[in-house]
Structure formats: C-alpha cells, structure tokens
Design a protein around this ligand. Structure first.
Ligand SMILES: NC(=O)c1ccc[n+]([C@@H]2O[C@H](COP(=O)([O-])OP(=O)(O)OC[C@H]3O[C@@H](n4cnc5c(N)ncnc54)[C@H](O)[C@@H]3O)[C@@H](O)[C@H]2O)c1
Ligand SMILES: [Zn+2]
Ligand SMILES: [Zn+2]
Length: 392
C-alpha cells in the first residue's frame, strides 16, 4: 500500500510500505477514504518529538471496513466508519469511566495511544491506503451514507478536530451565555469556537495572526482578534467595555472561559518569528476573570528536542501560578477522550445541526501531501485543514 512516511525534519514522502493486515482477532482493516493532516503532525514534522524516520503518520481517518477479525462482533465488511485518534480497549478501568485517551491496555507500561505518532505506541498511521484498527468493536464508529458524499468532510473531522474542539469546551466547563476567548485559529481553535457557539456561548473571541484563519473565525460567527495589532488581552477587554458590560459585572471585563488551542509551539506576540511556549498561558492568566476556567487542548510535550528560550527540554515551564490561584481560575488539561463525543457529534452532523467541514480548506491525493505539509507548516496559502484521499 502507499502511505505518508516521516523521512526527516520538514520532509515527508509517499512510500510503498507493507499492507496493513489483521494481527489480532479483534482487529479490522479499513480502506481509508479521507485522512486529515493535523497540527499535531507538525510537532513531528518540525523535528521536535524524536519521530523515527520510516514512521507512517496520520491519525484522522474515515473509511470503509475491508477485513474483519474472527473476534469482532459489531463491525462488518462494508461499514463506513470514522476512527477516533486515541485508540482504546473500551473495558479497562479508565475506558469504562470515559477516559479513553488514558486507556491502560493499548500501550503496555504506560497509558493512552494514537495512530502514527512518536511516543504514542506502535500503531501505524492513517495517512495511508489501509489502516489496521485494533479493538475494532470499540474503535469503529459507524456513520451513514456513502464515501465522498456531501458529509465526507464533516465525518472525517469527527476523528479528532471536531471532538477536540468540543472537548476543549468541556474542559472549560462551558455554559450558555458565557464569554469565551480561544487562542489559536487552527482547526482545533476554529472548531472550539464553533462548539462554543453550538453550546450557546454569548461572546466568542478567537486570537491568531494568520489572516485567512481569522477570516474563517469571523465566518463562523466569532470575533477575530489579531495579536499583531495590539495586546490581545487589552483588545478583548476594550471590545467588551465598548459593547457595555452587564450591570454589576463592570470589574469582570475579561472572559469567563479561556481555551489554549495552540500548545508548546506558540509564537511570541512581539516577535512571531520565534516561539514562546508560555505566551498563551500568560495571556490567558491576565484575561480570564476571577472564578473562570482555562482549557488547555494544545499539546505540551515531555521531551522537546529543540526548546525555545522560554521552553524546556522536559516541559517544565514557568507559568503565572499565583495569578491563577488568586483569581480562583481552574485549569483543565489534556488529550481528547474522543469516544465521549463521537456519536453525539456525528448525530448533530446527521441532523444537519453541525457542519464542521466548513473549515476544510484543501483536498488532495497522497502525492499532494509533501506540498501540503510544507505550506501548512508555514501556515501559508490559506492551508487550514488539508484532507488526503489515499485511494482516489
Ligand atoms: N488535546 C488533543 O487531544 C489534541 C488533539 C488535536 C490537536 N491538538 C493540539 O492542538 C493544537 C492546535 O492544533 P491545530 O491542528 O489547530 O494546529 P495549527 O498549528 O493549525 O493551529 C495553531 C494556531 O495557533 C496560532 N498561534 C501560534 N501562536 C499563537 C499565539 N501566541 N496566540 C494565538 N494564536 C497563536 C498559529 O498561528 C496557528 O494558526 C496543537 O498543539 C495540536 O497538537 C490536541
Ligand atoms: Zn489530529
Ligand atoms: Zn482501555
């Protein structure tokens, strides 16, 4: 089969590799119709995570089941399925409590796993023609319709981006009427904004500096904030004050919910050419109101091969702990427990109430992947979300 393989820092290639096959009775093999490229792949692409050359990458697949192991009872050949990024067993102590990204059985000696990701278990990636899916009864989520119908993009985003945007709003303990600020207008930030609006947020601000991404935030119904215009914290407070703060809440001119959809490769506000991994948490600590909540959905790594000056090789970062403590702000972290949300968000799509595919900017074949990676890494040419179609 053909697959996208990590070759070296800032270089991926299209390679012929061994076909994905059934290895355990509880596996299925899926023929991938769509496979998205994610900001998470860029942490590897940028040479930060120690990915080994030869790794098949990708963790956001939609496809059709082609082979079924003897021990699988809920999935059949021909089923159209989306596969959550973080694979899980479904029955361990953490899985049964809904913490599927911390499954205790998919990565022996540790917890949680993902397809095609350095340090997240020996599972080959999904930017390939075929994908082996372990514990298939748990990991295959059926979706209706036919491959390449008008919901193909909506469904592929259920693998990671939409559920992660939604998870961020859960971590932020979103309530109707809330004020929300989201840092990062990549797919995760945009779909966190979209999820916030679906959940009835009153005001949603999205901070970034890439024009096409800020425009997309505006199209979705959020207020875009360009951090290169001025301090984004002051811009948002000024916006709120101008609109008129509710009576009795004049001192609460920040926001109630803050979301980090950027992670450890955040850009420095004063010099976006360089990274500053504490930029976003510092801004959020200033912006979030007393009693508010911060959700950290952006990735932070325990092993960074080339840390920025404010960063560290083992992820020990200096954050404004005292400000957060004094304000009584709760900070919630983490990988998405995908499976909590996949079916409900699928049903929102099926009901015509959600259309996350609106943020997809590019489609291509596997051969287009090296170019997409390059332009996505530069955040250039309006590449927000590129979807590969490996079998077309
Ligand atoms: N928690 C999870 O399970 C999970 C799942 C998927 C992705 N992620 C992570 O979420 C993050 C975002 O993913 P994505 O696909 O949207 O990536 P992306 O790289 O497309 O988007 C990140 C955006 O952040 C912007 N940005 C950089 N510095 C900023 C700053 N100081 N303030 C505001 N915006 C800034 C960039 O310009 C970019 O548009 C990544 O770290 C990714 O690894 C986490
Ligand atoms: Zn992803
Ligand atoms: Zn488990």
């Amino acid at each position: 089969m053909r697959a996208i393989v990590y070759e070296q820092t800032r270089r991926v290639g299209v390679h012929d590799v061994e076909d994905a096959v059934l290895e355990d009775p509880t596996d299925v093999v899926v023929r991938v119709t769509s496979s998205a490229i994610c900001g998470t792949d860029l942490h590897m692409y940028d040479g930060r995570t120690g990915a080994e050359p030869g790794l098949v990458i990708g963790h956001e697949p939609l496809g059709v089941v082609e082979q079924v192991g003897d021990g699988v009872s809920l999935v059949e050949v021909g089923n159209r399925v989306v596969i959550p990024t973080h694979l899980y067993c479904g029955v361990c102590f953490n899985c049964v409590r809904g913490y599927t990204a911390a499954c205790l059985r998919v990565r022996p000696g540790s917890f949680g796993a993902a397809y095609g990701y350095a340090g997240m278990g020996a599972y080959r990636g999904a930017q390939a023609q075929l994908l082996r899916v372990p514990f298939a009864d748990a990991n295959c989520v059926r979706v209706p319709g036919e491959p390449f119908d008008d919901r193909e993009d909506d469904f592929v985003l259920l693998a990671d981006a939409f559920v992660t945007g939604w998870h961020a709003t859960e971590l932020a303990m979103m309530q109707p009427g809330c004020t929300v600020a989201i840092f990062g207008a990549g797919t995760v930030g945009l779909l966190a904004a979209y999820s916030s609006l679906l959940r009835g947020a009153g005001e949603v601000y999205v901070v970034d500096y890439i024009p096409e991404r800020l425009d997309k935030a505006g199209e979705l119904g959020a207020t875009p904030i360009d951090f290169t215009d001025a301090d984004p914290v002051e811009q948002i407070k000024e916006h709120r004050r101008r609109a008129g703060l509710p009576i009795g809440e004049e001192q609460m001119d920040g926001v109630q919910k803050g979301i980090d959809a950027v992670g450890f490769q955040a850009r420095d506000r004063h010099d976006p050419a360089r990274e500053n991994p504490t930029q976003v948490i510092s801004d959020l600590a200033r912006l979030v109101n007393p009693t508010g909540h911060v959700a950290i959905a952006g990735v932070y790594v325990e092993r960074d091969l080339h840390p920025a000056p404010e960063g560290s090789a083992d992820g020990h970062l200096q954050v404004p702990w005292a400000t957060l403590f004094n304000k009584g702000v709760s900070v919630n972290f983490g990988r998405t427990h995908d499976r909590r949300y996949t079916t409900r968000l699928r049903d929102l799509v099926v009901a015509g109430r959600a259309h996350p595919g609106a943020i997809v900017s590019h489609h291509g074949a596997l051969d287009d992947a090296p170019g997409f990676y390059d332009r996505f890494d530069q955040r250039a040419d309006g590449v927000i979300k590129a979807i590969l179609r490996p079998n077309r």
